[in-house]
Design a protein around this ligand. Structure first.
Ligand code: MG
Length: 163
């Protein structure tokens, strides 16, 4: 493997190590899109999540976000950034902006779904958002929401019958 070659497998492994299974992301995609797609299966959602994770830009965003969470967890960032990331400061915003970029290639449904998930926080996103533990998930919760939203946008465009 080339030094700067990443690949979906590495990103999935990184997510797993941080407590996120791609099946859990697919569950969110299913919740978001099943009201609009009668025959939507978990497999179709999972296939979309995997397709999103094949995009290099997505892989880069996941790596950057997870790295910052991990550095904050180990107190390896400097102040004031350390405290901003560790405390998941409400007005920090860089976590959402980094993640939002993931949705850009997937149309308006992906972007609006991301905003919706940022508000309602369901499933694994909610589990990651729990504050007070020694884990830092400031970037990860938004990355997961954005991957789910991008996959939901993809599902919408792929399976909606426009005839
Ligand atoms: Mg966040």
């Amino acid at each position: 493997m080339e030094k700067n070659e990443i690949g979906k497998e590495l990103v999935v492994e990184k997510l797993n190590k941080r407590g996120v299974q791609i099946e859990e992301i697919a569950n969110i995609v299913h919740i978001m899109q099943s009201p609009y797609q009668k025959n939507l299966t978990h497999e179709m959602c999972l296939e979309s999540v995997e397709s999103v994770l094949k995009k290099r830009e997505v892989q880069h965003a996941v790596l950057v976000g997870i790295e910052l969470d991990e550095l904050a967890e180990k107190n390896l960032l400097t102040e004031p950034l350390l405290n901003l990331v560790k405390s998941d400061a409400g007005l920090f915003g860089c976590d959402e902006i980094l993640a939002l970029g993931i949705t850009f290639g997937y149309g308006s449904i992906a972007i609006s779904t991301f905003g919706h998930l940022d508000k309602i926080k369901i499933g694994i996103i909610k589990e990651l958002d729990v504050k007070g533990s020694n884990k830092v998930h400031t970037f990860l919760d938004d990355l997961v929401a954005a991957i789910a939203a991008a996959a939901a946008g993809r599902v919408a465009h792929r399976y909606t019958n426009t005839a």
